[in-house]
Design a protein around this ligand. Structure first.
Ligand code: CMX
Length: 135
């Protein structure tokens, strides 16, 4: 597979309002898009930065992946997402190498993307996402 770019960095935040206040104060940036990903029990707020994006994540349930992360580690970088042109092929390639995937098949993410997570135990402690954009 070829990693095309860093599509986004996911940042865990207690609330999207808190993130919005910081982005406005620091960089004069307003949120471009807010979307709830019900399957992940998370609300996302997107801030484009050149060819990439910051994706703030607010848990809608403390027992969700982001809720547990916040409880354990506090706010901060949660995952890095790489753009690929064929996420199905990329996941098959990794499974073929015996890599521990959180998602054995890609699933729907925010912005109509199809995504799959690699377990952080495989990556040196960073949660990595493969992402195929809708456009
Ligand atoms: N980055 C790095 N390590 C992480 C992590 C993260 N974001 N989240 C958890 N971990 C680590 C923990 O520190 C822990 O490590 P140790 O065993 O060394 O202590 C280990 O993973 C297990 O952590 P846990 O708190 O017991 O959590 P779970 O095993 O229940 O789940 C994980 C961990 C990564 C499998 C789970 O968070 C997951 O499935 N994540 C993928 C989905 C996701 O994150 N969704 C939110 C974003 C959705 C979106 O952007 O659309």
């Amino acid at each position: 597979m070829k990693l095309l770019r860093i599509n986004h960095l996911g940042i865990a935040s207690n609330t999207l309002d808190d993130a919005a206040g910081r982005m406005l104060k620091l960089f004069g940036m307003e949120v471009e898009h807010i979307e709830e990903v019900a399957s992940q029990k998370v609300k996302t707020g997107f801030y484009p930065v050149g060819p990439s994006t910051l994706e703030y994540l607010e848990p809608t349930d403390p027992a969700s992946a982001v809720g547990k992360f916040l409880e354990k580690k506090g706010p901060g970088i949660h995952h890095v997402a790489f753009e690929v042109d064929d996420v199905d092929a990329a996941v098959k390639e990794l499974l073929g190498k015996g890599v521990r995937m959180i998602d054995q098949t890609p699933r729907d993410g925010a912005h109509g993307a199809r995504i799959a997570f690699i377990h952080p135990a495989e990556t040196g402690g960073v949660l990595m996402e493969l992402c195929q954009s809708a456009h």
